[in-house]
Design a protein. Structure first.
Length: 712
């Protein structure tokens, strides 16, 4: 009677382990249970999966054993503070087990899926098949012996730990000599069954275990709305001496714009907060080189009064750890960060690891650059674009360790000034091992730092950057125009890539004025904003240009803006009547009010019989911010030039698991969060007609509580 319920190795044994056990012919045999992890798992465990505070994560694994014995499974989640949370896994179809975990702590977490054969559950399964008149003595004895194997004193955290050994003895006696009623009570005791299952799982020799790694980030990594502007263009009118809140700006009052400051940029924060954005992204704020400084419209040689590109970093005023003297001081930046947080905003800075020819590193650390045979340094290129004012760094130079360390110190410097979010310029042109090291190093010191990868490159490169640690990734959303392209692209991002890549959808950037915004008028801007804000939990705009419908390209076929703000100061009158601000404000209000739009998991597309219409459903499970479960259905007309109509099919599965068996034709209500109207929709086909010159989309909240099955 002293043999334990199970004697199994603590981890899933390999074939070599089994051979070794066979050679020894001593000790316990390998665990009978097989655990095959499914999710969250990235490249077989080579990289941690991404999670965020408050975001429910599905835990999925195949757990099974040979024969017909009953298997039990759970997940033990160890958070960064070393607390352990036990998550119940429920068996589904074909031995696939499911559970759900909601992270509460930043940093690393491990999910250990544990599976074991449950002798008590197997005994109960047999007991429930006993027939009247059958000799039950043998079966009673098996149950009694299983109870006698319960270790005492009980250290396992189960309900049995609260029972004295005397109570277990009573149960044993009830099996061996009790009445049929005693036996029935034991068989029906769900607390006892649950406790025995957990004992099997806790037994270090009874279960197979497989661990998956997770990295938990702040909620803003999962859901955010970005607004980009150039602080040097923050004065809206040439006759405005200042728009700083304390009246201490540097406005000149002369004709034409002047170089705005970080203090004047504070005056833009109320507008951005009113629009509902939560991340304010500033392009580089460092000194700008003068050698080969660019002029207006990317002119290769600028004049003495040209302000140059902020991405040509470094000059007499310093390098990556300095602020352009015309923008202000370190104290000014610290104040901007405080003022932003007071409005619910976070300041994001640009990390552009490149140098102007005038950067101090060019002379202080010449080995950090790749020199040509004639001793010169070749300027940067991103064909067909040329950057004569920028030198790339050599990440594999003989002093690569010194360079990497210096770049990490730059990140630490800005962290010390209160910056927690970084938009990283062109990370796809730097080695993957550098980013993996840098991000891991910084997060070991501060797990709440968020990195956005601005990488428009081949899919595998963008995916690798996400795997090595980037919190969010720019996407090819900007160029996806047709319903088919959008379905294929976001279907892939939110299924195959969902555990490691968080898409951030931008309709425009200072580098990209897409074709549809050039010729689609106001409807095109509205369509792209609605798409970005509803199909992706993270989205952003190059603010003033998008608000004010900036659409003139530098030349036919170009995606560069005419009079690009990258190379010159611009004035922006954000009070213009044609501003898109009301729509941007409403979209962010809807996102803030509806958790379904704050998640990327479980996006599903509806079948649509209508050219240029795309429709998709985003669900949210219960409990996010204490809110009930919900589903948001968005239908968008992608044609900015004309009215489009067609049938949109909603399947029972898209209404939730509770409605999977609903017959087609069942009715439910939808509320249009954009237009305000309420409609009756049905499982199956629903007619939609959308005019881009009015409201080019519906954003429906689905009321499944009032669903009415069709009469049979």
């Amino acid at each position: 009677m002293s043999r334990p319920i199970m004697s199994r190795p603590a981890t899933q044994p390999s074939v070599d382990d089994a051979r070794e056990v066979g050679l020894r012919r001593t000790g316990p045999p390998p665990a009978r249970t097989v655990v095959e992890p499914i999710a969250p798992l990235v490249d077989g465990g080579a990289f941690p999966a991404k999670a965020s505070i408050g975001e429910p994560i599905d835990i999925v694994a195949d757990v099974f054993a040979e024969g017909h014995d009953i298997v039990v499974a759970e997940a033990a989640v160890v958070a960064t503070d070393q607390t352990t949370e036990h998550i119940e896994l429920v068996a589904g179809h074909n031995d696939r087990w499911h559970g759900r975990w909601t992270p509460r702590h930043l940093g690393s977490a491990s999910i250990q899926v544990i599976g074991a054969v449950d002798p008590w559950a197997t005994w109960l399964d047999d007991a429930r098949r006993w027939t009247d008149g059958q000799d039950l003595a043998v079966h009673r004895e098996i149950g009694a012996r299983l109870l006698e194997q319960v270790p005492t004193p009980l250290a396992s955290p189960t309900p049995l730990a609260e029972l004295p050994h005397r109570r277990i003895a009573e149960l044993v006696a009830g099996l061996r000599g009790g009445t049929d009623e005693d036996l029935a009570a034991i068989i029906d005791d769900t607390d006892l069954a649950s406790a025995m299952s957990r004992l099997a799982l806790r037994d270090p020799g009874a279960a197979a275990r497989v661990t998956m790694a997770v990295w938990v980030e702040p909620a803003i990594a999962r859901c955010s709305a970005w607004y980009e502007f150039f602080p040097r263009s923050t004065v809206l009118r040439s006759d405005s001496h200042t728009n700083a809140p304390d009246g201490h700006g540097t406005g000149t009052g002369t004709d034409g714009p002047h170089h705005g400051t970080l203090i004047e940029a504070i005056g833009r924060l109320d507008h951005i907060a009113d629009l509902g954005f939560d991340v304010v992204y500033l392009p580089p704020i460092h000194p700008i080189g003068t050698t080969h400084r660019k002029g207006p419209d990317n002119c290769a040689e600028g004049g003495p009064d040209d302000v140059g590109s902020p991405w040509a970093i470094g000059g007499a005023g310093g390098g990556h750890d300095a602020i352009h003297p015309e923008l202000g001081t370190v104290e000014d930046l610290a104040r901007l960060v405080r003022e932003a947080r007071g409005r619910g905003l976070e300041i994001a800075l640009d990390l552009a690891f490149q140098c102007s020819p005038d950067h101090p590193w060019v002379t202080e650390h010449p080995t950090w650059f790749r020199h040509q045979p004639d001793g010169s340094i070749r300027y940067a290129e991103n064909p067909p674009k040329r950057y004569q004012d920028i030198y790339p760094l050599d990440f594999t130079s003989e002093d690569w360790a010194g360079l990497w360390s210096a770049l990490a110190d730059i990140v630490r410097y800005w962290l010390g000034l209160g910056i927690r979010i970084f938009r990283v310029d062109n990370p796809h042109t730097k080695p993957f091992p550098f980013w993996e090291w840098l991000i891991a190093t910084i997060r070991a010191e501060d797990p709440g730092v968020v990195f956005l990868a601005e990488a428009f490159s081949r899919p595998r490169i963008m995916e690798r950057l996400a795997k090595v640690g980037f919190s969010q990734s720019y996407t090819y959303f900007t160029w996806r125009e047709s319903p088919g392209d959008i379905r294929e692209y976001f279907g892939d991002l939110t299924t195959r890539c969902i555990d490691f890549l968080r898409p951030n959808a931008w309709p425009n950037t200072p580098d990209i004025l897409p074709r549809h915004l050039q010729d689609g008028g106001r409807p095109a801007f509205s369509i792209r904003a609605i798409l970005a804000a509803t199909i992706s939990a993270n989205w952003g705009v190059y603010g003033p240009a998008f608000e004010l419908l900036e659409h003139e390209p530098l030349a036919a076929g170009s995606e560069e803006y005419r009079s690009s703000e990258k190379y010159q100061l611009r004035e922006w009158d954000l009070d213009r009547s044609e501003s898109l601000a009301p729509l941007l404000r409403r979209l962010n209000e809807i996102r803030n009010d509806h958790p379904a739009l704050q998640l990327d998991r479980h996006l599903s597309f509806c079948d649509v019989d209508g050219d240029q219409l795309v429709a998709y459903v985003k669900p949210a499970p219960p409990g996010i911010d204490g809110r009930p479960a919900e589903r948001i259905l968005t239908v968008v007309n992608l044609d900015p030039h004309g009215r489009r109509s067609g049938w949109v099919d909603v399947s029972p599965a898209q209404l939730g698991h509770d409605w999977d068996s609903l017959p087609w034709g069942s009715a439910f209500e939808v509320v249009d969060l954009l237009g305000g109207a309420t409609y009756e929709w049905h499982v199956g086909g629903n007619w939609v007609e959308l005019d881009p010159h009015g409201l080019p989309a519906h954003i429906f909240a689905i009321r499944t509580s009032g669903i009415r099955p069709v009469a049979s």
